[in-house]
Design a protein around this ligand. Structure first.
Ligand code: AP5
Ligand code: ZN
Length: 217
Protein backbone atom coordinates (compact mmCIF):
# COMPACT_ATOMS: atom_id res chain seq x y z
CA UNK A 1 0.00 0.00 0.00
CA UNK A 2 1.04 3.59 -0.58
CA UNK A 3 -0.39 5.95 1.99
CA UNK A 4 0.02 9.63 2.86
CA UNK A 5 -0.68 10.64 6.45
CA UNK A 6 -1.78 14.21 7.04
CA UNK A 7 -2.86 16.13 10.14
CA UNK A 8 -1.88 19.04 12.37
CA UNK A 9 1.32 18.99 14.43
CA UNK A 10 0.77 16.80 17.49
CA UNK A 11 -2.25 14.94 16.06
CA UNK A 12 -0.34 11.67 16.47
CA UNK A 13 0.93 11.12 12.91
CA UNK A 14 4.29 9.72 14.05
CA UNK A 15 2.67 7.56 16.75
CA UNK A 16 0.13 6.09 14.32
CA UNK A 17 2.59 5.81 11.44
CA UNK A 18 4.92 3.58 13.47
CA UNK A 19 2.04 1.24 14.35
CA UNK A 20 0.42 1.23 10.91
CA UNK A 21 3.72 0.69 9.11
CA UNK A 22 4.36 -2.37 11.25
CA UNK A 23 0.87 -3.78 10.75
CA UNK A 24 0.92 -3.15 7.00
CA UNK A 25 4.58 -4.21 6.56
CA UNK A 26 5.60 -1.02 4.80
CA UNK A 27 8.34 1.48 5.72
CA UNK A 28 7.41 4.61 7.69
CA UNK A 29 8.94 7.58 5.91
CA UNK A 30 8.88 10.74 8.01
CA UNK A 31 10.51 13.85 6.54
CA UNK A 32 10.64 15.35 10.07
CA UNK A 33 12.58 12.29 11.34
CA UNK A 34 14.88 12.41 8.29
CA UNK A 35 15.65 16.08 8.98
CA UNK A 36 16.22 15.38 12.71
CA UNK A 37 18.61 12.51 11.84
CA UNK A 38 20.55 14.96 9.63
CA UNK A 39 20.59 17.52 12.45
CA UNK A 40 22.06 15.02 14.91
CA UNK A 41 24.69 13.96 12.35
CA UNK A 42 25.39 17.68 11.75
CA UNK A 43 25.19 17.38 7.97
CA UNK A 44 24.85 20.44 5.71
CA UNK A 45 21.21 19.46 5.11
CA UNK A 46 20.70 19.23 8.88
CA UNK A 47 22.17 22.71 9.45
CA UNK A 48 19.93 24.19 6.77
CA UNK A 49 16.80 22.36 7.99
CA UNK A 50 17.35 23.33 11.65
CA UNK A 51 17.09 27.06 10.95
CA UNK A 52 13.65 26.59 9.38
CA UNK A 53 12.40 23.96 11.83
CA UNK A 54 13.32 25.96 14.94
CA UNK A 55 11.23 28.83 13.60
CA UNK A 56 8.30 26.49 12.82
CA UNK A 57 8.53 27.13 9.08
CA UNK A 58 8.72 24.65 6.23
CA UNK A 59 12.14 23.64 4.93
CA UNK A 60 12.43 24.77 1.25
CA UNK A 61 10.71 22.47 -1.24
CA UNK A 62 13.79 21.80 -3.35
CA UNK A 63 15.78 20.08 -0.59
CA UNK A 64 12.72 18.43 0.97
CA UNK A 65 11.52 16.90 -2.30
CA UNK A 66 15.02 15.65 -3.18
CA UNK A 67 15.38 14.03 0.27
CA UNK A 68 11.92 12.40 0.14
CA UNK A 69 12.50 11.15 -3.42
CA UNK A 70 15.82 9.62 -2.43
CA UNK A 71 14.19 7.80 0.51
CA UNK A 72 11.24 6.57 -1.59
CA UNK A 73 13.69 5.11 -4.09
CA UNK A 74 15.31 2.82 -1.50
CA UNK A 75 14.63 -0.89 -2.11
CA UNK A 76 12.45 -1.32 1.01
CA UNK A 77 9.95 1.21 -0.38
CA UNK A 78 9.38 -0.67 -3.62
CA UNK A 79 6.28 -2.52 -2.41
CA UNK A 80 4.77 0.47 -0.63
CA UNK A 81 5.30 3.17 2.00
CA UNK A 82 3.59 5.34 4.55
CA UNK A 83 4.53 9.00 4.13
CA UNK A 84 4.35 11.06 7.34
CA UNK A 85 4.82 14.83 7.00
CA UNK A 86 5.27 14.78 3.23
CA UNK A 87 3.81 16.27 1.10
CA UNK A 88 3.20 19.38 3.16
CA UNK A 89 2.07 21.91 0.55
CA UNK A 90 0.49 21.74 -2.91
CA UNK A 91 3.78 22.01 -4.80
CA UNK A 92 5.19 19.02 -2.88
CA UNK A 93 1.97 17.10 -3.66
CA UNK A 94 2.41 17.91 -7.35
CA UNK A 95 6.05 16.81 -7.22
CA UNK A 96 4.99 13.54 -5.57
CA UNK A 97 2.37 12.96 -8.26
CA UNK A 98 5.01 13.47 -10.95
CA UNK A 99 7.36 11.04 -9.24
CA UNK A 100 4.63 8.40 -8.88
CA UNK A 101 3.63 8.86 -12.50
CA UNK A 102 7.22 8.35 -13.66
CA UNK A 103 7.31 5.12 -11.68
CA UNK A 104 3.88 4.08 -12.99
CA UNK A 105 2.43 3.79 -9.46
CA UNK A 106 -0.40 5.50 -7.56
CA UNK A 107 -1.39 6.32 -3.98
CA UNK A 108 -4.01 4.12 -2.31
CA UNK A 109 -5.18 6.61 0.31
CA UNK A 110 -4.56 9.87 2.10
CA UNK A 111 -5.35 9.38 5.78
CA UNK A 112 -6.39 12.64 7.41
CA UNK A 113 -6.06 12.71 11.23
CA UNK A 114 -8.43 15.21 12.83
CA UNK A 115 -7.81 16.60 16.31
CA UNK A 116 -8.95 19.79 18.06
CA UNK A 117 -6.31 22.46 18.58
CA UNK A 118 -6.54 22.37 22.41
CA UNK A 119 -5.68 18.64 22.34
CA UNK A 120 -2.74 18.93 19.96
CA UNK A 121 -1.27 21.72 22.08
CA UNK A 122 -1.48 19.44 25.18
CA UNK A 123 0.05 16.53 23.27
CA UNK A 124 2.97 18.63 22.03
CA UNK A 125 3.61 20.25 25.43
CA UNK A 126 4.09 16.82 27.05
CA UNK A 127 5.92 15.09 24.22
CA UNK A 128 9.39 13.68 24.86
CA UNK A 129 11.45 12.05 22.14
CA UNK A 130 14.57 9.90 22.06
CA UNK A 131 18.00 11.40 21.29
CA UNK A 132 19.08 8.25 19.48
CA UNK A 133 15.97 7.90 17.27
CA UNK A 134 13.32 10.62 17.02
CA UNK A 135 10.69 8.07 15.96
CA UNK A 136 10.70 6.81 19.59
CA UNK A 137 7.98 9.10 20.98
CA UNK A 138 6.57 9.39 24.53
CA UNK A 139 4.33 11.71 26.53
CA UNK A 140 4.77 12.73 30.15
CA UNK A 141 1.18 11.74 31.01
CA UNK A 142 -0.40 9.92 28.04
CA UNK A 143 2.45 7.57 27.18
CA UNK A 144 4.93 7.46 30.03
CA UNK A 145 8.20 5.59 29.64
CA UNK A 146 8.83 2.93 32.32
CA UNK A 147 11.73 5.01 33.66
CA UNK A 148 11.47 8.81 33.57
CA UNK A 149 13.68 10.38 30.91
CA UNK A 150 14.76 7.05 29.38
CA UNK A 151 13.57 5.55 26.08
CA UNK A 152 11.76 2.20 26.54
CA UNK A 153 12.84 1.07 23.08
CA UNK A 154 16.60 1.71 23.07
CA UNK A 155 17.60 3.24 26.42
CA UNK A 156 18.38 6.64 24.81
CA UNK A 157 17.87 9.91 26.66
CA UNK A 158 14.44 11.54 26.25
CA UNK A 159 14.22 15.27 25.56
CA UNK A 160 11.80 17.95 24.39
CA UNK A 161 12.07 18.93 20.72
CA UNK A 162 13.46 22.44 20.10
CA UNK A 163 10.43 23.26 17.95
CA UNK A 164 7.94 22.26 20.68
CA UNK A 165 8.09 25.64 22.45
CA UNK A 166 4.73 27.41 22.76
CA UNK A 167 5.66 30.18 20.31
CA UNK A 168 6.97 27.82 17.62
CA UNK A 169 3.93 25.56 17.99
CA UNK A 170 1.72 28.57 17.23
CA UNK A 171 3.65 29.19 14.00
CA UNK A 172 3.55 25.48 13.08
CA UNK A 173 -0.24 25.41 13.49
CA UNK A 174 -0.59 28.51 11.30
CA UNK A 175 1.70 27.00 8.66
CA UNK A 176 -0.43 23.83 8.79
CA UNK A 177 -3.66 25.77 8.16
CA UNK A 178 -2.31 27.99 5.39
CA UNK A 179 0.09 25.65 3.56
CA UNK A 180 -0.71 22.03 4.40
CA UNK A 181 -4.52 21.94 4.68
CA UNK A 182 -4.94 22.84 0.99
CA UNK A 183 -3.45 19.44 0.07
CA UNK A 184 -6.56 17.81 1.57
CA UNK A 185 -8.71 19.43 -1.14
CA UNK A 186 -6.04 18.58 -3.73
CA UNK A 187 -6.33 14.88 -2.78
CA UNK A 188 -10.14 15.05 -2.34
CA UNK A 189 -10.29 15.93 -6.02
CA UNK A 190 -8.50 12.59 -6.63
CA UNK A 191 -10.97 10.76 -4.36
CA UNK A 192 -8.19 9.62 -2.02
CA UNK A 193 -9.03 11.21 1.34
CA UNK A 194 -10.25 9.22 4.34
CA UNK A 195 -10.75 11.29 7.50
CA UNK A 196 -10.65 9.81 10.99
CA UNK A 197 -10.84 11.32 14.48
CA UNK A 198 -7.50 11.25 16.32
CA UNK A 199 -9.03 11.55 19.81
CA UNK A 200 -9.05 8.64 22.26
CA UNK A 201 -6.50 5.97 23.13
CA UNK A 202 -3.68 5.29 20.66
CA UNK A 203 -4.87 1.69 19.93
CA UNK A 204 -8.41 2.92 19.19
CA UNK A 205 -7.12 5.46 16.68
CA UNK A 206 -5.04 2.72 15.00
CA UNK A 207 -8.17 0.54 14.81
CA UNK A 208 -10.10 3.39 13.21
CA UNK A 209 -7.30 3.94 10.70
CA UNK A 210 -7.13 0.28 9.69
CA UNK A 211 -10.90 0.16 9.33
CA UNK A 212 -10.85 3.31 7.18
CA UNK A 213 -8.10 1.76 5.04
CA UNK A 214 -10.22 -1.41 4.89
CA UNK A 215 -7.50 -3.55 6.38
CA UNK A 216 -8.17 -6.47 8.74
CA UNK A 217 -6.90 -5.77 12.24
P1 AP5 B 1 7.35 16.88 11.79
O1 AP5 B 1 8.37 16.15 12.53
O2 AP5 B 1 6.65 16.25 10.65
O3 AP5 B 1 6.34 17.50 12.83
P2 AP5 B 1 4.76 17.82 12.78
O4 AP5 B 1 4.06 17.62 11.52
O5 AP5 B 1 4.67 19.18 13.36
O6 AP5 B 1 4.16 16.74 13.63
P3 AP5 B 1 4.62 16.32 15.01
O7 AP5 B 1 5.82 15.44 14.93
O8 AP5 B 1 4.72 17.55 15.90
O9 AP5 B 1 3.37 15.54 15.56
P4 AP5 B 1 2.74 14.14 15.23
O10 AP5 B 1 1.44 14.38 14.54
O11 AP5 B 1 3.71 13.22 14.57
O12 AP5 B 1 2.43 13.65 16.70
P5 AP5 B 1 3.12 12.53 17.62
O13 AP5 B 1 2.80 11.17 17.13
O14 AP5 B 1 4.55 12.88 17.89
O15 AP5 B 1 8.00 18.23 11.19
C1 AP5 B 1 8.81 19.08 11.98
C2 AP5 B 1 9.37 20.19 11.11
O16 AP5 B 1 10.19 19.63 10.07
C3 AP5 B 1 8.35 21.06 10.36
O17 AP5 B 1 7.85 22.10 11.19
C4 AP5 B 1 9.21 21.57 9.19
O18 AP5 B 1 10.04 22.62 9.61
C5 AP5 B 1 10.07 20.35 8.86
N1 AP5 B 1 9.47 19.49 7.82
C6 AP5 B 1 9.07 18.20 7.97
N2 AP5 B 1 8.55 17.73 6.82
C7 AP5 B 1 8.60 18.76 5.92
C8 AP5 B 1 8.19 18.91 4.58
N3 AP5 B 1 7.58 17.91 3.90
N4 AP5 B 1 8.41 20.11 3.98
C9 AP5 B 1 9.01 21.11 4.62
N5 AP5 B 1 9.41 21.05 5.90
C10 AP5 B 1 9.20 19.88 6.56
O19 AP5 B 1 2.25 12.75 18.95
C11 AP5 B 1 2.35 13.95 19.72
C12 AP5 B 1 2.33 13.60 21.22
O20 AP5 B 1 1.03 13.11 21.55
C13 AP5 B 1 3.33 12.49 21.64
O21 AP5 B 1 3.87 12.81 22.88
C14 AP5 B 1 2.46 11.22 21.70
O22 AP5 B 1 2.94 10.32 22.68
C15 AP5 B 1 1.10 11.79 22.11
N6 AP5 B 1 -0.02 11.05 21.52
C16 AP5 B 1 -0.12 10.54 20.26
N7 AP5 B 1 -1.32 9.95 20.07
C17 AP5 B 1 -2.00 10.11 21.25
C18 AP5 B 1 -3.31 9.72 21.68
N8 AP5 B 1 -4.15 9.04 20.88
N9 AP5 B 1 -3.68 10.04 22.94
C19 AP5 B 1 -2.84 10.73 23.76
N10 AP5 B 1 -1.58 11.13 23.40
C20 AP5 B 1 -1.18 10.81 22.17
ZN1 ZN C 1 15.00 5.31 21.64
Amino acid sequence: MRIVLVGPPGAGKGTQATRLAEKLSIPHISTGDLFRANISRQTELGKLAKSYMDAGNLVPDEVTIAMAKDRMEQPDAEAGFLLDGFPRNVSQAEALDELLETEGITLDAVLDLEAPEAEVVKRIAGRRICRKDSSHVFHVTYSKPAKEGVCDVCGGELYQRDDDSEETVRTRLEVYHTQTEPIIDYYKAQGLVVTIGAMGPVEEVTGRALEALKQDQ
